[in-house]
Design a binder for this molecule. Structure first.
Ligand SMILES: [Zn+2]
Length: 462
């Protein structure tokens, strides 16, 4: 009997002790919870892991990741598109400008890749689908301007709209009419590139870029443009006389229809692509939030359709001069990304031989339409290392919006080199032989931007 009582008493003591321990545990847990929520509310989300009671008494929670180290922020993105400017167009332009290949300014950019261009419904894209792919990251049918087609037809948000929503200024500059397919895909939404009236309405009512420079008319006229808050200029002298501090939105409407080919009109009455680019930058750089600017050499494509090499090389040379303007503007800055590429190739151009600087090279053409040839991409500046290897045109959307990304984010872990440096020591355009030799992803090591690859050594890829 006494033994039973003693056992019972022992059991009671044991339960009492357990209860007391549980109570203490609960109190401690409650205190810790209050402490955590208080410190969380005050904005200090770091858990003090040096106190052993925290790690032993509370369920283990994953610690916060280390904050990203500070790095220069990307603020300005300049996308420059040579419409129809395939690899051989670049080469032909180099022969015209410098007497040999690999000499255009953007060919010296440190990061170079190539871009596949097929649209949703065709192996051979048009400008509308290709520009939509870059602007929105989505494949659409040929002719479509930034709508989900195929799909439910909803509007696809563009890189220009994303930049604008973040408070950045935006601009479109082209040698075609401003409502043409390539600029339209960045700032309008319609099922057909021919709906220039709807494109103009989207510029006015939805996206209102600060800068709209291109050929005149095609549903933008001084009257309706001024009514929508734009200062309108119509020739080079008016453009160059603009005071960037005195304007908010500017529409340059130069001539009637597309700007004339450089080959046909060098009167200086209408502005050149480099001049338009310089003024656009002078206006956009005033925004402390930065800007997104699209510059298109739009008539490289037209000269390609016409298989007219004299016009073609001069359009490419003017485009390269516009790149020089942007590159010079960005000199010494660490907050700017410049991407130079094409939407597709036009004409099936092949350079046969050069005829010296200042003369168009001897060439052959195989079509008056577009081709499925991959185009090249050249990158300079902040986040330029996002460009490497063979990319799809939809991949460029990420690069255009990379000002939103963490500097040490996953995208930046991509290869930090130019796997396809297009010109080897012999000056040959030699992407395929690199791949054929099992050197896909190979790169040339040495001073970045060394023209013609001279002095560089070929290294196997990772
Ligand atoms: Zn075309």
């Amino acid at each position: 009997m006494e033994a039973r009582l003693e056992r019972l008493e022992r059991q009671c003591r044991w339960y009492r002790n357990l209860f007391a321990l549980l109570l203490i545990g609960l109190v401690v847990a409650a205190l810790l919870t209050i402490g955590c929520s208080v410190s969380g509310g005050s904005g200090n989300d770091a858990v003090d892991t040096t106190d052993p009671s925290v790690t032993t008494e509370t369920p283990t929670t994953p610690t916060e990741p280390e904050p990203a180290p500070p790095s220069p922020a990307l603020r300005n993105v300049i996308l420059m598109i040579g419409d129809g400017m395939g690899p051989e167009h670049v080469k032909a332009g180099g022969y015209f400008v410098d007497g040999g290949p690999g000499m255009l300014v953007f060919e010296g950019f440190p990061y170079i890749g190539e871009v596949t261009t097929a649209s949703a419904d065709a192996a051979i894209t048009d400008s509308a689908a290709a520009a939509t792919a870059m602007a929105t990251g989505q494949k659409v049918n040929n002719g479509v301007i930034s709508l989900a087609l195929p799909g439910d037809g909803t509007e696809l948000q563009t890189a220009l709209e994303i930049a604008s929503a973040a408070g950045k200024s935006t601009g479109l500059v082209t040698t075609t009419v401003i409502t043409h397919a390539t600029p339209a895909a960045f700032a309008a939404h319609t099922e057909s590139r021919g709906n220039s009236d709807e494109i103009a309405m989207d510029y006015f009512n939805q996206t209102h870029p600060e800068v709209l420079f291109g050929g005149g008319s095609a549903d933008l006229y001084p009257a309706n443009t001024e009514a929508n808050g734009y200062t309108v200029v119509t020739d080079a002298s008016e453009l160059l006389a603009l005071d960037p501090a005195a304007v908010t939105r500017v529409s340059g409407q130069f001539g009637i229809g597309h700007l004339p080919y450089v080959f046909d009109d060098q009167t200086g009455i209408l502005p050149s692509l480099p001049q338009m680019t310089a003024v656009a930058l002078a206006i956009l750089e005033r925004d402390p939030d930065g800007f997104f600017l699209l510059v298109e050499g739009g008539r490289i494509d037209h000269a390609g359709h016409a298989n007219h090499i004299e016009r073609n090389v001069r359009e490419t040379a003017a485009f390269a001069d516009a790149v020089t303007v942007a590159r010079t503007w960005a000199e010494g800055r660490d907050d700017t990304l410049i991407l130079v590429t094409a939407d597709h190739e036009t004409g099936g151009l092949v350079v046969v031989s050069g005829n010296g600087a200042g003369a168009a090279p001897t060439v052959t053409w195989s079509t008056q339409g577009h081709t499925a040839v991959n185009v090249a991409i050249y990158a300079w500046g902040n986040n330029a290392s996002l460009i490497s290897g063979t990319m799809d045109n939809t991949d460029l959307f990420g690069a255009l919006n990379s000002w939103q990304e963490q500097p040490n984010g996953a995208r930046l872990k991509k290869a930090n080199f130019a796997p396809y440096y297009p010109y080897l020591d012999n000056g040959k355009y030699d992407l395929t032989s690199l791949e054929g030799a099992g050197l896909r992803g190979a790169y040339l090591e040495g001073a970045a931007g060394n023209r013609n690859g001279k002095g560089l050594t070929l290294q196997p890829g990772p």
